[in-house]
Write a protein that binds this ligand. Structure first.
Ligand code: SF4
Length: 930
């Protein structure tokens, strides 16, 4: 059966189209109702693109069929495709469908094209396909029967994935970097080589690069003994060229000193951009090694042992098919990165289960050298490669975790550029916090005890992982047994249901039940917030609660002690070096020691949190109780502790041991009242300095600032729409729809609440689709955020709605993004943590800084290059003038009615706006309202 002999279905918000199988005469495509489409899908397997998305468009979750994306993942694993009809057409060199009704034919042609690839002698990803297909046939994967006649049996047995992957090599430890001072001329010359421009161009970028070079100078001494890192805070407006600005000195220093520079980002989009741009700054290979390595947290990478387990029966049904497709990908992947790497972001969502995360090392259960795939492990390879690299591209969280509990002190970063530096505070806030919750404690129980009851899989408890230690060392064996016994006090499967029935088992579940009761009793929302999280501060707790907390504390102490003893025993065994302790065993025990060490710290943090419950509050911390809910369902309960200022632990663990640190961003400084000027002593730096952590080490960072070279006065306009009433969802939805229509798509709509996002989306998606304007939304479409942005970028008529993650995760230069809309002023959520920081940070002024930063980040999405044009629209009847400093100097700002805004957007940035300016609008520019 050829693919063209299969019917194909396409469903969008604009309708459904079904194309007959090309069996007879002239097949046709016809518009059908949702009911007919569902019936057709039930009758025959239909060709579809992105089955979960089609299912959600049809409102029929059980839809199944022959999904082109699954076929693509099999035929071209690790190859990028935007999962839309247009994206598929581009990837396969087929004609783009002009309209929705042309899509079913495209699906038939695409299926035929992909199947034809399998018959071609040039198929680049042939190896392994025949073997994988045999398993997929047994699993009754719908595509298997169509593929079987097209894939010939190989003459020789194919190399199995686990033999095909290369092994990493152990290398000698690197000497410490040479002490080098970079001259300004050399840095500028390197910059000119990277940018391909003569050294005179872009003076701001040159000044920035020279300033950045200072962080690589030898560390000066401070007082007695320890040194003090060089620290630079550098604001560089969009378009300054900051990436090459710091890569120029970084690459020069790495080359001259033999050291490693870490560049840390907050978003995956910037990480991808850095990977691309660093190719010009560093050679592809030096002495047989990769100079640039992307490094992420362990939980991002495929764990081969988990995959092997999944392939050998650990996964069943659809999840088993996913495992086969992941195995195909793993053989061709650049680095095994499953989250934001070359595994298509959409693959996991096609299978609707949490299959992808189950294949990573989420729970820290790695057995290191005890693993048969240790020498091919993607994670171990990345760790070793980064030790040898000249540039490591990482994220803020990993840099902090590595500094706080890295396995190897020699591998800790000492020269760090924090790009997207305005997010360091947030990253530190989550890294250095403690959460004693049901979800966290049950994880710990599973890690210590291993699978219980009917659980399947390869997961092993502590005693199985350290069986050799137990048989060799009596005290170690005793500690393992005691830890195992103490872990029984932690919550177990079914804890959430038991709490809801008020029938907790054990001291920790009793604590969580008491927590839940207190939170509900103190809830003041009067049911208004039904479905969203609830919280209450840890204050005025009654005696009964303190008693329950005391018992939980004792139980945790009973677990902490044997874990701490076990860590000491492991250390002693490594030092003793018994006969059986060969290289692999040593690596495994050191790995276990690290894992036990940070879990002991985790438990100690929980104990500290509980121990303060009855006493006076610690001014360094903010503690609260919470019930986490989404869509009306409780999913976690617990006690939380955050630093009032997380930059304190950041300063001690990350800054103090470093030699050079730079924080850079387009929005580092605050512009209270539209502050202008580049003077480094400008008061606008105050909050940036505080939020850098430098004051905790009595350091005064160097400051640098460069304005964006863009001409915001002619490239952008801010429109504050004053006549859409707050809280009126139909009016908000109507305004969004009309604005998107006026701009012909290309709009990014930002929300501060998922609830309003969904309500607006539900009201306008069909209307826009009928006008040929596709609308996508985070939290609605079954598509991961990275893929949503890819889809948005690829289609200038598409629009995208989303929340926080899109405020700075979107880098879409050009025509695809020409309108950014905010539903209201982005006020901070009035949480307990926020209240405490607001109190400590100056009240209203603190809030204003946060809002200005959010507005600046959102505005920053709009103009990414000198050719970009666009509008930034805030729907707010009362937008305080003191927030206007958020926008770059010179940006025109007008307060207008919706009608005027629509005319402006329809007319484009230049041209129409000038004539509209007087039509009932008050005009000015950013800063004029201060
Ligand atoms: S070494 Fe650890 S992470 Fe790597 S494949 Fe083995 S168990 Fe998984």
């Amino acid at each position: 059966m050829a693919a063209l002999t299969l019917p194909a279905l396409h469903a969008s918000h604009g309708g459904c189209w079904l194309r007959d199988a090309a069996l007879t005469g002239s097949p046709s495509t016809r518009a059908v109702g949702k009911g007919d489409a569902i019936m057709a899908a039930a009758d025959t397997p239909l060709l579809l693109l992105n089955a979960p998305l089609v299912a959600s468009r049809l409102g029929y979750p059980d839809l199944s069929g022959l999904d082109l994306l699954e076929l693509y993942a099999f035929v071209h694993p690790a190859r990028f495709v935007v999962p839309t009809p247009k994206g598929l057409a581009h990837a396969l060199n087929l004609a783009e469908p002009a309209s929705d009704d042309a899509v079913p034919l495209l699906l038939q042609e695409a299926a035929e094209a992909l199947l034809a690839v399998c018959e071609s002698p040039d198929w680049a990803e042939r190896e392994g396909a025949w073997t994988a297909l045999q398993s997929l046939v047994r699993m009754r994967w719908p595509w298997a029967t169509l593929l079987a006649p097209r894939i010939r049996r190989p003459e020789r047995a194919e190399r199995w994935l686990f033999t095909r992957l290369p092994e990493w090599e152990e290398t000698a430890e690197r000497p410490q970097p040479a002490q080098v001072t970079l001259s300004g001329e050399d840095v500028e010359q390197r910059l000119a080589v990277l940018t391909g421009r003569d050294a005179e161009a872009r003076p701001a970028q040159r000044a920035y690069a020279r300033e950045a070079a200072g962080m690589f100078a030898p560390r000066p001494p401070r007082g007695t003994g320890s040194g003090q890192p060089h620290m630079l805070l550098a604001q560089a407006g969009t378009g300054t060229g900051k990436t090459f600005g710091y890569l120029a000195p970084a690459s020069l220093w790495a080359e001259k000193s033999g050291g490693t520079v870490w560049v840390s980002t907050y978003t995956k989009a910037l990480q991808r951009q850095l990977r691309r741009e660093s190719r010009r700054a560093f050679p592809a290979e030096r002495h047989g090694k990769a100079p640039v390595v992307v490094r992420k947290g362990r939980e991002n990478y495929l764990c081969l042992l988990n995959l092997e387990d999944a392939l050998q029966g650990g996964f069943a049904g659809r999840a088993a098919i996913l495992a086969q497709l992941v195995a195909r990908w793993a053989a061709y992947s650049q680095d095994g990165d499953m989250i934001g790497g070359d595994l298509p972001g959409w693959l996991g969502t096609l299978f609707r289960k949490r299959g992808i995360s189950a294949l990573t090392d989420q729970r820290g259960e790695c057995v290191y050298a005890g693993c048969p795939h240790y020498r091919k492990c993607f994670i171990e390879r990345a760790v070793r490669a980064s030790a040898d690299a000249e540039l490591v591209i990482a994220n803020h969280a990993l840099v902090m975790v590595n500094a706080a509990r890295g396995r190897d002190a020699a591998q800790r970063p000492t020269r760090i550029v924090f790009d997207e530096g305005h997010h360091v505070f947030e990253a530190a806030d989550s890294t250095f916090s403690a959460a004693l919750t049901g979800a966290e404690t049950i994880e710990l129980r599973r890690w210590v005890i291993g699978p219980e009851g009917k659980s399947r899989g390869r997961r092993r408890g502590l005693s199985a992982r350290l069986a050799d230690v137990a048989s060799y060392d009596e005290e170690g064996a005793r500690a393992i047994a005691q830890a195992r016994e103490a872990a029984e006090a932690l919550p177990s499967d079914g804890w959430l249901a038991r709490l809801q029935e008020n029938a907790p088992i054990g001291p920790l579940e009793a604590l969580l039940a008491a927590t839940r009761a207190v939170v509900h009793a103190r809830d003041e929302s009067g049911g208004q917030e039904a479905g969203y999280g609830l919280e209450t501060e840890i204050a005025q707790m009654d005696g009964a609660f303190i008693e329950v907390a005391g018992r939980a504390q004792e139980a945790l102490e009973a677990l902490r002690q044997p874990l701490a003893r076990l860590a000491l025993r492991l250390e002693a065994i490594v030092e003793d070096g018994p006969d059986w302790l060969d290289g692999p065993a040593r690596a495994r025990i050191e790995g276990a020691r690290g894992a036990i060490g940070w879990r002991t710290d985790l438990v100690a943090g929980w104990i500290a949190l509980l121990s303060r419950l009855g006493g006076p509050a610690d001014p360094d911390f903010v503690d609260w109780l919470a019930v986490e809910r989404s869509d009306g369902r409780e999913w976690d309960i617990g006690l939380y502790r955050h630093y009032l200022d997380p930059m304190k632990p950041f300063a001690n663990t990350v800054l103090a041991p470093a030699h050079g640190v730079m924080m850079t961003s387009a929005t580092l400084r605050d512009r209270a009242g539209g502050g202008r000027g580049d003077s480094p002593d400008n008061g606008d730096w105050d909050s940036a300095i505080r939020r850098s952590g430098a004051p905790w080490l009595d350091m005064t960072p160097r400051l640098f600032s460069a304005e964006s070279p863009f001409d915001y006065a002619s490239q952008a306009e801010v429109l504050i729409v004053t006549d859409v009433p707050k809280g009126d969802i139909p009016a908000l939805a109507g305004a969004y729809a009309r604005l998107i229509e006026a701009s012909g798509g290309g709009a990014l709509g930002l929300f501060t609440a998922v609830r309003r996002l969904r309500a607006v989306y539900g009201r306008i998606a069909d209307r826009l689709a009928r006008a040929g304007l596709p609308l996508y939304a985070q939290h609605v479409d079954p598509i991961d955020t990275g893929t949503l942005v890819d889809i948005f970028r690829d289609d200038p008529r598409a629009s995208l709605l989303g929340t926080d993650a899109l405020r700075d995760g979107v880098d879409v230069p050009g025509h695809s993004l020409r309108l950014v809309m905010m539903e209201q002023v982005p006020w901070p959520k009035p949480s307990i943590l926020h209240r405490a920081r607001r109190l400590a940070g100056g009240g209203q002024a603190y809030d204003d800084r946060i809002i200005r930063a959010r507005l600046a980040q959102a505005f920053g999405r709009l103009i990414r290059s000198a050719d970009d044009r666009g509008f930034f629209v805030v729907l707010s009847s009362a937008f305080p003038s003191r927030l206007l400093g958020a926008f770059p100097p010179g940006t025109p700002v007008r307060r207008v009615t919706l009608d005027v805004a629509l005319q402006s957007v329809a007319g484009g940035v230049s041209g129409a706006s000038a004539t509209i300016a007087n039509a009932g609008a008050s005009a000015g520019s950013a800063g004029d309202f201060s």
